[in-house]
Design a binder for this molecule. Structure first.
Ligand code: TXD
Length: 322
């Protein structure tokens, strides 16, 4: 049986880790595309030359030609500039929208049957643009942000409680910006509410403070890494997060992962891409798992959607010919 084909558009920091993870997990044959000459070829050769040590049997190809992505089952896009210290994700809109236009046209022409996972920032706007330009059905065009944001929140909870992060479940919804919404009410350790544990540990008032600090750290976690790195943004964690999504689709796992998806009335939002829990399987986004938000959560979610709308409204002035 033919192996799956995964194409990675953008061969920078995240693209390189994505390629290595695809190989290590034998998800399929991998094509790494970048506009920089020789660099993707060099990265793929580097990874391929250790296949015997890592024990994988997949073909790896670096390229500067979109024709090589033909027949892709999944395309993961990281093309675009990353943040520098002091920048917000939204500051990338102007330059990355133009890149996303080119990339989407390449995908539309050469990989018309593919599922597309966007990673480039500002995430929600980039996914919107890609879906518009490709015209692919929305269940085939999605964005990775929520898996990472949620895992950051889970990590902070695990560190605070001194438990394995594998037993922590917590979700972050909304847009992938400073207004993202960590859902505190349902954060749990194997079903045990995190808030209750914090109250037992610290008492009511301090527990709230500790949770607020974790929520704020989650919202600013990308910036924390940007500041420490000094040059570029997080790359191991977004790569692993997107691979979880790709794997759910390729292996038809029906995983429920926070995904940037086009909403059609769910959570009170019509026709915008934002992060919500989705069922990912062989059909891409096979369902959106809607649930009741309380008044405070809904207000925060609406505020986050408003921030995404603000960016979408700017797109026509950046790409007037669309
Ligand atoms: O969770 C998330 N969604 C994210 C997103 C978490 C962290 C960073 N996130 C964003 O991913 C970040 O803000 C950037 O917009 C992207 C890619 O981040 P990365 O760290 O991989 O950036 P690099 O190392 O600069 O790589 C980008 C590559 C680089 O090799 C460029 O040559 C290439 O993109 N590039 C292009 N490729 C194809 N086509 C075009 N037009 C193009 N322009 C630049």
């Amino acid at each position: 049986m033919a192996r799956a084909k995964i194409s990675l558009i953008g061969g920078g920091q995240i693209g390189g880790v994505l390629a290595q993870l695809c190989a290590l997990r034998e998800l399929g044959d991998v094509v790494l595309f970048d506009i920089v000459e020789n660099m993707p070829q060099g990265k793929m050769l580097d990874i391929a030359e250790v296949a015997r040590v890592d024990q994988f049997d997949v073909n790896l190809k670096g390229t500067n030609s979109y024709a090589d992505i033909a027949g892709s089952d999944i395309v993961i896009v990281t093309a675009g500039l990353p943040r520098k210290p002091g920048m917000s994700r939204d500051d990338l809109l102007g330059v990355n929208a133009k890149i996303m236009k080119q990339v989407s046209e390449g995908i539309k022409q050469y990989a018309p049957e593919s599922f597309v996972i966007i990673i480039s920032n500002p995430l929600d706007a980039m996914v919107t643009l890609c879906q518009k330009i490709t015209g692919f059905p929305p269940e085939r065009v999605m964005g990775q942000a929520g898996v990472l944001d949620s895992n950051r929140f889970c990590s902070f909870i695990a560190w605070e409680l001194g438990v394995s992060v594998r037993d922590v479940n917590a979700m972050v919804l909304g847009g992938h910006g400073d207004t993202m919404v960590p859902i505190v009410r349902y954060a749990n350790v194997n079903g045990i509410p995190v808030m209750e544990q914090l109250v037992r540990k610290y008492g009511e008032a301090k527990a709230k403070e500790v949770m607020t600090a974790m929520v704020e750290r989650t919202k600013m976690a990308g910036g924390e890494v940007v500041k420490l790195l000094g040059n570029g943004s997080a790359f191991y964690s977004p790569a692993s997060s997107a691979i979880a999504m790709a794997e759910a689709i390729l292996r038809d796992q029906k995983r429920v992962l926070p995904t940037c998806a086009l909403l059609k009335g769910e959570f009170g939002v019509d026709n915008y891409y934002v992060g919500v829990p989705c069922i990912l399987g062989a059909g891409g986004i096979e369902g959106i798992m809607e649930f009741e938000l309380d008044a405070e959560e809904q207000a925060l979610f609406d505020n986050s959607v408003a921030a995404v709308k603000g960016l979408i409204d700017e797109l026509p002035s950046i790409l007037p010919d669309m």
